[in-house]
Design a protein around this ligand. Structure first.
Ligand SMILES: [Zn+2]
Length: 195
């Protein structure tokens, strides 16, 4: 972790973890990859190690991020996918070089082209987004119930009824808000110290 910089929120789905690097889009937005180095850090944590990142590459990454967010949001509410978002996702998917490799333990890893660049890493993220938006994977795109968040997330729960992008942040906040509201309603109990 780097001092003074926002933490990463890590999920199990690459594409929506990536869109989560900008959180609270409808509130006080938090940019979690504010510098090129921070994008390098995020990619490393997600198994996509690159040597360096320029300001222009960070811009490109953010452009891809917002395109995935726009397309995933449209898919979640069954709207038409925005053409400009599709274009950017596809451009990023085509531009980079990466190959899936099998580990001895039987899991899939991504190997980026030699002299791995940010574009190679972004192609993996774009391909991940495509597989989710295309409905290829077991799960459902949904929007976070928090009005200041509304992040698109991939619900892989059995019942497909997950409400929040992240239980530890949005889910917890909502629970606390409900708890406080109940306490206020139940003023008598609070005054007599029953709570
Ligand atoms: Zn959320």
């Amino acid at each position: 972790m780097r001092a003074g910089l926002p933490d990463f929120r890590l999920g199990s789905v690459l594409a929506t973890s990536f869109t989560g690097t900008l959180s609270e889009r409808h509130g006080n937005a938090v940019e979690r990859i504010p510098t090129p180095q921070r994008l390098v850090d995020w990619l490393a944590v997600n198994g996509l190690t690159v040597d360096s990142c320029t300001t222009a590459q960070l811009e490109l990454a953010r452009e891809l991020r917002e395109s995935i967010h726009a397309a995933a949001t449209a898919a979640a509410v069954h709207d038409a996918l925005p053409a400009s978002a599709i274009q950017i996702i596809n451009d990023c998917s085509i531009r980079g070089r990466a190959a899936a490799v099998l580990t001895p333990e039987g899991s899939r890893q991504w190997r980026l082209g030699s002299a791995a660049g940010v574009e190679d890493a972004l192609s993996v993220i774009a391909a991940d987004a495509i597989s989710i938006i295309a409905g290829e994977r077991d799960g459902k795109l949904a929007l976070c119930a928090s009005p200041t968040c509304r992040a698109a997330f991939f619900d892989t729960s059995q019942s497909r009824t997950r409400r929040w992008c992240d239980m530890n942040t949005c889910g917890n906040r909502q629970k606390k808000a409900r708890f406080n509201a109940n306490r206020r309603k139940d003023g008598t109990a609070a005054r007599t110290g029953v709570n």
